[in-house]
Design a protein around this ligand. Structure first.
Ligand SMILES: NC(=O)c1ccc[n+]([C@@H]2O[C@H](COP(=O)([O-])OP(=O)(O)OC[C@H]3O[C@@H](n4cnc5c(N)ncnc54)[C@H](OP(=O)(O)O)[C@@H]3O)[C@@H](O)[C@H]2O)c1
Length: 330
């Protein structure tokens, strides 16, 4: 199909991966425009958010054990987070009409295809775009915001007066929303762990205490935490066990080794989860944004044509908020 769509087929620009590997595998090219099926809408994408799993998919999920590695046929268009305008509604759709401004995390944990001028979405994965945000900022919200929301409230059961709460990786996509949502829930105090350059960013977002992990290991400086949302995880995740009190709860956003037997002896529960598309929860985040209670941090913005540079930025790490692709009008 590459550049050979049948006469009459509408085309669009999209970024595709033809072979797994480094960011230079992201190819900006012309592809057939998708059509919405029953229960779906076609969205003209104005901006697409960049998330860590976009890079995992680009590399063919090579870091995952083969037994659980998703088999994605090539070529594919990466990306789950979009913000744009509905241009066509499929059969049976009454929730959305052409002209509606929407945003969403589309089809996660299935396959996404957001790095494109147009994307198809199930109606339930979308919410009305916050009126106070442009498309670039709105596209920064869905996966990171939903992850923070689902981990804090659905999985950790965070409530008022719950705390202290420690957010590890606090300046990144998930972390900066988690810090704010914990405060909105009335939990606290909220402790943010990040590298030193993010201190004022996190103070403005409302952390009660900032720990620069490059100077002070949090495991040496923090005690008595009730709730840890860990966006860093990894093989050394267990080093944070001493910061928790007995009865404490850990939600690893990125999977890690928390020495399960040691954690159990210390009375600490650890439960990992995966974020899911949810337009209803996204609408709650949109309400908080429009009420000026939830802010969106933007690390950097790239045109869709330069998705490669966006992924290179992601791979350098130390993000402050989100990376977004701006999609110009066709
Ligand atoms: N389970 C799920 O469903 C789910 C959903 C979304 C994301 N995730 C995973 O969660 C992780 C975080 O996602 P994200 O979108 O927030 O990533 P991100 O935007 O890249 O943020 C990661 C943050 O961690 C900080 N960091 C790095 N090393 C650190 C350390 N040793 N201690 C404290 N902070 C450190 C980085 O900045 P500084 O080093 O400068 O502080 C950066 O701000 C990713 O691995 C992603 O794959 C999982």
């Amino acid at each position: 199909m590459d550049g050979m769509a049948a006469a009459g087929t509408a085309l669009m620009k999209a970024v595709r991966v033809h072979t797994f590997g480094d960011p230079d595998r992201l190819v900006h090219e012309e592809v057939p425009r998708p059509s919405p099926g029953p229960g779906e809408v076609l969205v003209r994408v104005h901006a697409a958010g960049v998330n860590p799993p976009d890079g995992y998919a680009r590399r063919g999920f090579a870091d995952l054990p083969e037994a659980i590695r998703p088999a994605w046929p090539l070529p594919f268009t990466p990306g789950w987070d979009i913000s744009g305008v509905v241009v066509e509604a499929g059969a049976g759709v009454s929730e959305w009409q052409p002209g509606d401004e929407v945003f969403g995390m589309v089809n996660f944990p299935g396959r996404g295809s957001g790095y494109a001028e147009y994307a198809v979405s199930p109606t339930g994965h979308l919410a009305r775009k916050p009126a106070s945000l442009g498309h670039v900022e709105a596209a920064a919200v869905p996966m990171a915001g939903l992850t923070a929301h689902q981990f804090l409230f659905d999985h950790l059961g965070l409530g008022p007066d719950d705390g202290p709460v420690l957010v590890n990786g606090a300046a990144g996509g998930v972390g900066h929303f988690a810090v704010q949502l914990a405060r909105i829930a009335g939990a606290g105090p909220v402790i943010g762990v990040a590298s030193g350059r993010h201190e004022s960013f996190l103070e403005e977002l409302g952390v009660d205490r900032f720990v620069d992990y490059t100077r002070t290991p949090p495991e040496d400086a923090v005690r008595d935490v009730a709730v840890l949302i860990d966006a860093v995880g990894g093989p050394h995740g267990h080093r944070l066990l001493p910061v928790l009190r007995s009865g404490g709860r850990i939600a690893p956003v990125f999977p890690g080794d928390y020495h399960p037997e040691r954690a159990e002896r210390a009375g600490i529960t650890v439960s990992g989860h995966q974020v899911r598309s949810d337009g209803g929860q996204l609408a709650e985040l949109a309400r908080l944004i429009d009420a000026d209670r939830l802010r969106v941090g933007i690390d950097s913005v790239f045109p869709l044509t330069e998705a490669r540079r966006a992924h290179e930025r992601a791979e350098r790490g130390h993000l402050q908020g989100k990376i977004v692709l701006r999609v110009e009008a066709p």
